[in-house]
Design a protein around this ligand. Structure first.
Ligand SMILES: Cc1cc2nc3c(=O)[nH]c(=O)nc-3n(C[C@H](O)[C@H](O)[C@H](O)COP(=O)(O)OP(=O)(O)OC[C@H]3O[C@@H](n4cnc5c(N)ncnc54)[C@H](O)[C@@H]3O)c2cc1C
Length: 455
């Protein structure tokens, strides 16, 4: 049984691992365009001693399939420092700590008194009148404009580098959509779910946040994708971009590298949707268009290292997000060395700032000098950080994170229908049913389940 996989990001690598575990006799080949595996998992150990994560920084330890996969391949996870629970939002000239527990919400001055009272009024907000609404429509209806702008909008840019005015609540945060659907109100839903958990004697009760502990590895996120790649041995072909796809009878022929061809009984596309689109267009133009319309705005990651003593007060906790209404030049900054202390050498601090995304794509594409000036200017205003960094490095993702806009779920329905005409062909990756690394691992498993009965 010959199975091909295109793309060795976490989605392709985890699919290969699941297939090989369940069907050891299967001959699985993974094609990767780059010289290294991992895709958007990309840790770089810099000569200055800093460990920079240019893509995925961490995952939440609440998704068993990711932890099981780490266990199976023999890699030890590293939980974030407890202080990483502390997070900030920049609003109206100051950093405000995000409430960790409901009572803190009432004493926090992030929202005005009217804004806080409006949030309590959420219990009367009711269900959506349409099937798919934007994060902005959902957020303002449930929590009011102020809470939407200061809490939900920065979350949209922090997680997706997205624009809450166009993102689909249902596709980006399906669990929240389900709670709304069942209970009408998030507050009523939360109270009821907590009661249920208490009755069932569960230790972990649902809370207002995503839950779980941020987790990585001692030497950064690439530990996971490197370990998965090593298990594949010569079945993983690096520097091997797939350039074409032909469907004949029950077989798929993959054209790759400098004109080489391989034939497979089943083929999984795990490369980004904008690449899948080009490959699928040859099979059916409609197929190519459906996948190619998923936008991937650019994002720049700027890492700055400072001597701790020269930094001034600095910032405790995870870092901060900046709501769009502040109209600043950055989306937010993570103090990486607070979250995982070995990301900076002894006595140093590593800051990682995200720039660009769906609302300000132009910012991500600035030249190095203006980009660094922009970031340093913003850190001066927001964190009172006046000293010069001893280390600076930039990575630009021209196409960073896929955006699930309103209508995404319909697109998935149409795609499933189109796929029905191509038995043996499967699509996976972060463009479809969840952008997080945890989602990619869950969907890789599901993809392997669909491949095996099909072959
Ligand atoms: C800056 C940034 C920060 C992020 N931070 C987090 C985070 O902290 N936590 C989290 O959970 N998620 C985070 N994410 C989301 C992350 O994108 C996904 O969770 C996940 O890494 C995506 O994996 P993937 O395998 O689906 O896609 P990718 O990682 O994009 O992998 C696709 C692979 O396909 C390859 N490819 C492309 N074209 C071809 C071709 N023609 N032939 C063969 N191979 C090809 C690519 O080179 C790549 O290796 C972040 C994303 C970005 C951009």
């Amino acid at each position: 049984m010959k199975i091909g996989i295109v793309g060795a990001g976490i989605s392709g690598l985890a699919t290969a691992q699941a297939l090989r575990t369940r069907m050891p006799s299967a001959e699985v080949t993974v094609f990767e365009a780059a010289a290294r595996p991992g895709g958007k998992v990309m840790t770089e150990r810099m000569t200055a001693g800093y460990i920079c994560e240019w893509g995925v920084n961490a995952f939440l330890d609440k998704s068993p399939p990711t932890l099981e996969l780490c266990d199976k391949i023999g890699i030890d996870v590293l939980p974030a420092d407890v202080s990483a629970k502390k997070r900030y939002v920049y609003s109206e000239g100051a950093l405000h700590q995000l409430p960790e527990k409901p009572p803190q919400f009432f004493t926090s001055n992030l929202l005005s008194l009217t804004g806080r009272l409006r949030v309590i009024g959420e219990v009367f907000s009711g269900r959506a009148k349409k099937d798919d609404e934007t994060l902005e429509e959902f957020g303002t209806r449930h929590l009011g404009r102020e809470a939407f702008e200061k809490l939900i909008d920065p979350m949209a840019s922090g997680v997706f580098a997205g624009d809450a005015r166009t993102m689909s609540l249902k596709s980006c945060f399906p669990r929240i959509h389900e709670v709304e659907d069942e209970f009408g109100s998030l507050i009523r839903g939360l109270v009821s779910l907590q009661k249920k958990a208490r009755k069932a004697g569960k230790k972990d009760k649902p809370g207002p946040g995503p839950g779980g502990i941020l987790t990585s590895f001692e030497n950064g996120m690439s530990v996971m994708t490197d370990a998965l790649a090593a298990l594949l041995g010569p079945s993983l072909k690096l520097d091997a971009p797939v350039t074409g796809l032909v469907h004949e009878g029950e077989r798929y022929t993959v054209e790759w590298g400098a004109g080489e061809r391989d034939e497979f009984e089943a083929l999984v596309l795990a490369c980004p949707a904008h690449v899948q689109a080009g490959l699928l267009a040859g099979l059916s133009p409609e197929f190519g268009r459906l996948v190619g319309e998923i936008p991937y705005p650019p994002l720049a990651v700027v890492c700055l290292g400072y001597e701790r003593g020269a930094m001034g007060p600095g910032l405790d906790g995870f870092g901060f997000l900046v709501p769009s209404r502040e109209d600043r030049g950055i989306l937010g900054t993570v103090v990486d060395s607070n979250v995982f202390p070995n990301r900076a050498p002894e006595g140093r601090v590593l800051l990682r700032t995200l720039v660009g995304g769906a609302r300000r794509p132009d910012n991500a594409l600035l030249e190095d000098e203006p980009l660094l000036d922009r970031v340093r200017g913003e850190l001066r205003d927001i964190m009172a950080l006046h000293s010069d960094p001893e280390f600076a490095s930039i990575y630009r993702h021209e196409k960073a994170i896929p955006q699930y806009l309103v209508g995404h779920s319909h697109r998935l329905g149409r795609l499933d229908k189109a796929l029905g005409r191509f038995p043996g062909l499967f699509l996976t990756g972060n463009a479809y049913r969840g952008v997080s690394l945890n989602d990619c691992v869950v969907n890789a498993r599901k993809t392997a389940d669909r491949v095996l009965p099909a072959v």
